[in-house]
Design a protein around this ligand. Sequence first.
Ligand SMILES: [Zn+2]
Length: 309
Amino acid sequence: MLEFAAEEDMPTIRTLSTILFLLSVILNVSRPATAQSVPPPGKLSVHWEELTAADFREGIRRSRGTCLLPFGILEKHGPHLPLGTDLLDVRYAALHSAEKEYAVVFPEYYFGQIAEARHEPGTMAYSRDLQLALLQETADEMARNGCKKVIIVNGHGGNEHLLPYFAQTQLDKPHDYVVYVFDERTPSSGGPTKKTSIDMHAGESETSKVMIARPDTVHIDRASTESGADQHRQNLPEDVYTGIWWYARFPNHYSGDGSAATQELGKFQMDWWIDTLAKTIRAVKTDEVSLKLQNEFYEKSKHPLDTQP
Ligand SMILES: [Zn+2]
Protein backbone atom coordinates (compact mmCIF):
# COMPACT_ATOMS: atom_id res chain seq x y z
CA MET A 1 0.00 0.00 0.00
CA LEU A 2 1.35 3.39 -1.02
CA GLU A 3 0.98 5.15 2.34
CA PHE A 4 3.36 2.62 4.00
CA ALA A 5 5.98 2.76 1.24
CA ALA A 6 9.49 2.97 2.66
CA GLU A 7 11.48 6.16 2.08
CA GLU A 8 13.76 4.43 -0.40
CA ASP A 9 10.79 3.33 -2.56
CA MET A 10 9.64 6.91 -3.19
CA PRO A 11 12.08 7.80 -6.02
CA THR A 12 11.03 4.62 -7.87
CA ILE A 13 7.36 5.61 -7.59
CA ARG A 14 8.19 9.12 -8.77
CA THR A 15 10.16 7.78 -11.74
CA LEU A 16 7.28 5.48 -12.64
CA SER A 17 4.70 8.27 -12.54
CA THR A 18 6.99 10.52 -14.62
CA ILE A 19 7.20 7.79 -17.28
CA LEU A 20 3.42 7.33 -17.20
CA PHE A 21 2.89 11.08 -17.54
CA LEU A 22 5.29 11.31 -20.51
CA LEU A 23 3.55 8.34 -22.14
CA SER A 24 0.12 9.99 -21.78
CA VAL A 25 1.49 13.22 -23.32
CA ILE A 26 2.87 11.28 -26.30
CA LEU A 27 -0.39 9.35 -26.74
CA ASN A 28 -2.49 12.54 -26.56
CA VAL A 29 -0.33 14.33 -29.12
CA SER A 30 -0.71 11.47 -31.61
CA ARG A 31 -4.51 11.28 -31.13
CA PRO A 32 -6.62 13.25 -33.66
CA ALA A 33 -8.53 16.33 -32.41
CA THR A 34 -12.00 15.61 -31.00
CA ALA A 35 -15.13 17.73 -30.57
CA GLN A 36 -13.99 18.43 -26.98
CA SER A 37 -10.78 20.12 -28.13
CA VAL A 38 -10.22 23.73 -27.23
CA PRO A 39 -11.93 25.83 -29.93
CA PRO A 40 -9.59 27.82 -32.18
CA PRO A 41 -9.20 31.52 -31.29
CA GLY A 42 -12.27 33.47 -32.34
CA LYS A 43 -14.51 30.38 -32.46
CA LEU A 44 -17.02 30.29 -29.60
CA SER A 45 -19.71 27.67 -29.04
CA VAL A 46 -23.26 29.01 -29.33
CA HIS A 47 -24.41 26.50 -26.67
CA TRP A 48 -24.79 28.22 -23.26
CA GLU A 49 -23.96 24.95 -21.44
CA GLU A 50 -20.77 24.32 -23.40
CA LEU A 51 -19.12 27.67 -22.69
CA THR A 52 -16.68 28.15 -19.83
CA ALA A 53 -17.49 31.04 -17.47
CA ALA A 54 -14.86 33.21 -19.19
CA ASP A 55 -16.07 32.24 -22.66
CA PHE A 56 -19.66 32.98 -21.60
CA ARG A 57 -18.58 36.55 -20.81
CA GLU A 58 -17.06 36.78 -24.30
CA GLY A 59 -20.22 35.24 -25.82
CA ILE A 60 -22.42 37.89 -24.24
CA ARG A 61 -20.08 40.60 -25.51
CA ARG A 62 -20.00 39.15 -29.03
CA SER A 63 -23.79 38.66 -29.16
CA ARG A 64 -24.35 42.18 -27.79
CA GLY A 65 -26.44 40.63 -25.03
CA THR A 66 -28.66 38.74 -27.49
CA CYS A 67 -29.67 35.26 -26.34
CA LEU A 68 -32.05 32.69 -27.81
CA LEU A 69 -34.52 30.65 -25.79
CA PRO A 70 -35.70 27.88 -28.14
CA PHE A 71 -39.02 26.69 -26.77
CA GLY A 72 -40.27 23.15 -27.45
CA ILE A 73 -42.69 20.70 -25.82
CA LEU A 74 -43.15 17.00 -25.11
CA GLU A 75 -46.35 15.75 -26.79
CA LYS A 76 -47.55 13.10 -29.20
CA HIS A 77 -46.75 13.82 -32.85
CA GLY A 78 -48.93 11.45 -34.85
CA PRO A 79 -48.03 7.75 -34.95
CA HIS A 80 -44.59 8.32 -36.49
CA LEU A 81 -42.70 11.26 -34.93
CA PRO A 82 -40.96 11.57 -31.54
CA LEU A 83 -42.53 13.30 -28.53
CA GLY A 84 -39.77 15.91 -28.59
CA THR A 85 -40.32 16.86 -32.25
CA ASP A 86 -40.88 20.58 -31.55
CA LEU A 87 -37.81 20.78 -29.34
CA LEU A 88 -35.61 18.88 -31.82
CA ASP A 89 -36.73 21.06 -34.74
CA VAL A 90 -36.55 24.42 -32.97
CA ARG A 91 -33.12 23.72 -31.51
CA TYR A 92 -31.79 22.65 -34.89
CA ALA A 93 -33.03 25.92 -36.41
CA ALA A 94 -31.88 28.09 -33.48
CA LEU A 95 -28.40 26.59 -33.23
CA HIS A 96 -27.79 26.94 -36.97
CA SER A 97 -29.10 30.52 -36.97
CA ALA A 98 -26.82 31.44 -34.08
CA GLU A 99 -23.87 29.97 -36.00
CA LYS A 100 -24.69 32.41 -38.83
CA GLU A 101 -25.33 35.40 -36.56
CA TYR A 102 -23.71 34.84 -33.17
CA ALA A 103 -26.05 34.54 -30.18
CA VAL A 104 -25.92 32.48 -26.99
CA VAL A 105 -28.50 29.65 -27.07
CA PHE A 106 -30.16 28.57 -23.82
CA PRO A 107 -30.35 24.77 -23.11
CA GLU A 108 -33.39 22.52 -23.68
CA TYR A 109 -36.62 24.22 -22.57
CA TYR A 110 -40.01 22.51 -22.92
CA PHE A 111 -42.20 23.87 -20.08
CA GLY A 112 -45.03 25.33 -22.16
CA GLN A 113 -48.76 25.06 -22.79
CA ILE A 114 -49.94 21.59 -23.82
CA ALA A 115 -53.06 20.88 -21.74
CA GLU A 116 -54.86 19.65 -24.89
CA ALA A 117 -52.60 16.57 -25.16
CA ARG A 118 -52.91 15.34 -21.57
CA HIS A 119 -54.85 12.27 -22.78
CA GLU A 120 -51.87 11.04 -24.83
CA PRO A 121 -48.82 9.11 -23.54
CA GLY A 122 -45.63 11.05 -22.81
CA THR A 123 -47.15 14.54 -22.54
CA MET A 124 -45.59 16.86 -19.95
CA ALA A 125 -48.26 19.47 -19.19
CA TYR A 126 -47.13 21.91 -16.52
CA SER A 127 -49.73 24.02 -14.71
CA ARG A 128 -50.57 27.51 -15.94
CA ASP A 129 -48.97 29.32 -12.98
CA LEU A 130 -45.76 27.32 -13.23
CA GLN A 131 -45.44 27.91 -16.99
CA LEU A 132 -45.50 31.68 -16.45
CA ALA A 133 -43.42 31.69 -13.26
CA LEU A 134 -40.71 29.47 -14.74
CA LEU A 135 -40.55 31.46 -17.96
CA GLN A 136 -40.31 34.73 -16.02
CA GLU A 137 -37.54 33.45 -13.77
CA THR A 138 -35.68 31.96 -16.73
CA ALA A 139 -35.82 35.28 -18.58
CA ASP A 140 -34.88 37.20 -15.40
CA GLU A 141 -31.90 34.92 -14.79
CA MET A 142 -30.80 35.14 -18.41
CA ALA A 143 -30.94 38.95 -18.14
CA ARG A 144 -29.05 38.95 -14.84
CA ASN A 145 -26.30 37.16 -16.75
CA GLY A 146 -26.18 39.82 -19.44
CA CYS A 147 -28.88 38.65 -21.88
CA LYS A 148 -30.61 42.03 -22.16
CA LYS A 149 -32.27 40.88 -25.38
CA VAL A 150 -34.06 37.55 -24.95
CA ILE A 151 -35.47 36.10 -28.17
CA ILE A 152 -37.97 33.33 -27.42
CA VAL A 153 -37.92 31.09 -30.49
CA ASN A 154 -41.16 29.19 -30.45
CA GLY A 155 -41.24 25.65 -31.82
CA HIS A 156 -44.70 24.66 -30.56
CA GLY A 157 -48.07 25.78 -31.93
CA GLY A 158 -49.76 25.41 -28.52
CA ASN A 159 -47.66 28.33 -27.20
CA GLU A 160 -49.09 30.81 -29.70
CA HIS A 161 -51.16 32.65 -27.09
CA LEU A 162 -48.90 32.07 -24.08
CA LEU A 163 -45.87 33.82 -25.56
CA PRO A 164 -47.40 37.12 -26.72
CA TYR A 165 -49.23 37.25 -23.36
CA PHE A 166 -45.95 36.70 -21.56
CA ALA A 167 -44.29 39.46 -23.59
CA GLN A 168 -47.16 41.86 -22.91
CA THR A 169 -47.04 41.24 -19.16
CA GLN A 170 -43.41 42.43 -19.10
CA LEU A 171 -44.99 45.88 -18.89
CA ASP A 172 -46.48 45.03 -15.47
CA LYS A 173 -43.31 46.16 -13.74
CA PRO A 174 -39.88 47.40 -14.80
CA HIS A 175 -37.40 44.98 -16.40
CA ASP A 176 -33.93 45.92 -17.61
CA TYR A 177 -34.26 43.70 -20.67
CA VAL A 178 -36.57 43.13 -23.63
CA VAL A 179 -38.43 39.93 -24.51
CA TYR A 180 -38.78 39.34 -28.26
CA VAL A 181 -41.02 36.52 -29.52
CA PHE A 182 -40.16 34.85 -32.83
CA ASP A 183 -43.00 32.51 -33.84
CA GLU A 184 -42.38 31.46 -37.44
CA ARG A 185 -41.58 27.93 -38.52
CA THR A 186 -42.95 27.37 -42.00
CA PRO A 187 -42.81 29.62 -45.09
CA SER A 188 -46.23 30.46 -46.51
CA SER A 189 -45.08 29.95 -50.12
CA GLY A 190 -42.22 28.80 -52.34
CA GLY A 191 -40.21 25.61 -52.47
CA PRO A 192 -41.32 22.14 -53.57
CA THR A 193 -45.08 21.83 -54.25
CA LYS A 194 -46.92 20.42 -51.27
CA LYS A 195 -49.21 17.41 -51.70
CA THR A 196 -51.53 17.99 -48.71
CA SER A 197 -53.78 20.88 -47.65
CA ILE A 198 -54.34 20.09 -43.95
CA ASP A 199 -50.85 20.27 -42.47
CA MET A 200 -50.89 21.50 -38.88
CA HIS A 201 -49.33 18.83 -36.67
CA ALA A 202 -47.01 15.93 -37.57
CA GLY A 203 -48.16 16.45 -41.18
CA GLU A 204 -46.22 16.93 -44.40
CA SER A 205 -44.26 20.03 -43.31
CA GLU A 206 -43.39 19.04 -39.78
CA THR A 207 -42.43 15.50 -40.75
CA SER A 208 -40.25 16.89 -43.54
CA LYS A 209 -38.41 19.16 -41.09
CA VAL A 210 -37.70 16.31 -38.63
CA MET A 211 -36.23 14.43 -41.62
CA ILE A 212 -33.58 17.17 -41.61
CA ALA A 213 -33.19 17.78 -37.86
CA ARG A 214 -33.24 14.14 -36.68
CA PRO A 215 -33.97 11.71 -39.53
CA ASP A 216 -33.15 8.74 -37.28
CA THR A 217 -36.27 9.43 -35.17
CA VAL A 218 -38.80 9.40 -38.06
CA HIS A 219 -40.88 6.21 -38.56
CA ILE A 220 -42.32 7.11 -41.94
CA ASP A 221 -43.71 3.56 -42.40
CA ARG A 222 -46.12 4.24 -39.50
CA ALA A 223 -47.37 7.63 -40.78
CA SER A 224 -50.56 6.18 -42.32
CA THR A 225 -51.53 3.93 -39.41
CA GLU A 226 -53.70 6.70 -37.82
CA SER A 227 -55.94 9.36 -39.32
CA GLY A 228 -54.87 12.99 -39.31
CA ALA A 229 -58.12 14.14 -40.95
CA ASP A 230 -60.16 17.05 -39.57
CA GLN A 231 -63.11 15.49 -37.68
CA HIS A 232 -65.16 18.75 -37.45
CA ARG A 233 -66.90 17.72 -34.24
CA GLN A 234 -67.92 21.24 -33.13
CA ASN A 235 -70.67 23.30 -34.73
CA LEU A 236 -69.79 26.88 -33.78
CA PRO A 237 -69.13 30.08 -35.73
CA GLU A 238 -65.42 30.41 -36.65
CA ASP A 239 -64.91 33.46 -34.44
CA VAL A 240 -65.84 31.61 -31.24
CA TYR A 241 -62.93 30.13 -29.31
CA THR A 242 -63.04 27.15 -26.91
CA GLY A 243 -60.15 25.28 -25.32
CA ILE A 244 -61.50 21.97 -26.60
CA TRP A 245 -61.36 23.02 -30.30
CA TRP A 246 -58.19 21.07 -31.04
CA TYR A 247 -59.48 17.85 -29.46
CA ALA A 248 -62.75 18.34 -31.35
CA ARG A 249 -60.94 18.47 -34.69
CA PHE A 250 -57.82 16.29 -34.19
CA PRO A 251 -58.32 13.88 -31.26
CA ASN A 252 -55.40 11.65 -32.37
CA HIS A 253 -52.99 14.54 -32.02
CA TYR A 254 -52.31 14.28 -35.70
CA SER A 255 -53.29 16.88 -38.29
CA GLY A 256 -52.40 16.11 -41.88
CA ASP A 257 -50.54 13.24 -43.52
CA GLY A 258 -46.90 12.73 -42.60
CA SER A 259 -46.44 10.06 -45.29
CA ALA A 260 -46.32 12.89 -47.87
CA ALA A 261 -43.12 14.27 -46.32
CA THR A 262 -39.84 14.57 -48.23
CA GLN A 263 -36.31 15.61 -47.31
CA GLU A 264 -36.43 18.11 -50.16
CA LEU A 265 -39.36 19.96 -48.58
CA GLY A 266 -37.72 19.67 -45.15
CA LYS A 267 -34.50 21.23 -46.40
CA PHE A 268 -36.34 24.12 -48.05
CA GLN A 269 -38.39 24.87 -44.93
CA MET A 270 -35.51 24.42 -42.50
CA ASP A 271 -33.20 26.68 -44.56
CA TRP A 272 -35.97 29.30 -44.64
CA TRP A 273 -36.46 29.02 -40.86
CA ILE A 274 -32.71 29.34 -40.19
CA ASP A 275 -32.28 32.33 -42.55
CA THR A 276 -35.35 34.15 -41.24
CA LEU A 277 -34.26 33.68 -37.64
CA ALA A 278 -30.69 34.79 -38.43
CA LYS A 279 -32.13 38.01 -39.93
CA THR A 280 -34.20 38.47 -36.77
CA ILE A 281 -31.13 38.05 -34.54
CA ARG A 282 -29.35 40.69 -36.63
CA ALA A 283 -32.29 43.10 -36.29
CA VAL A 284 -32.59 42.55 -32.53
CA LYS A 285 -28.85 43.10 -32.02
CA THR A 286 -29.12 46.57 -33.51
CA ASP A 287 -32.45 47.44 -31.84
CA GLU A 288 -31.72 50.42 -29.59
CA VAL A 289 -35.33 51.58 -29.41
CA SER A 290 -37.32 48.94 -27.52
CA LEU A 291 -35.49 49.12 -24.18
CA LYS A 292 -35.43 52.92 -24.32
CA LEU A 293 -39.21 53.03 -24.88
CA GLN A 294 -39.80 50.45 -22.15
CA ASN A 295 -37.85 52.58 -19.66
CA GLU A 296 -39.72 55.73 -20.72
CA PHE A 297 -43.00 53.82 -20.32
CA TYR A 298 -42.10 52.46 -16.86
CA GLU A 299 -41.16 55.95 -15.71
CA LYS A 300 -44.41 57.52 -16.98
CA SER A 301 -46.43 54.66 -15.45
CA LYS A 302 -45.36 55.81 -11.98
CA HIS A 303 -47.36 59.03 -12.38
CA PRO A 304 -49.97 58.66 -15.15
CA LEU A 305 -51.70 61.96 -14.35
CA ASP A 306 -48.60 63.83 -15.52
CA THR A 307 -48.66 62.11 -18.90
CA GLN A 308 -49.51 64.70 -21.56
CA PRO A 309 -51.34 63.80 -24.78
ZN1 LIG B 1 -45.00 19.95 -33.37
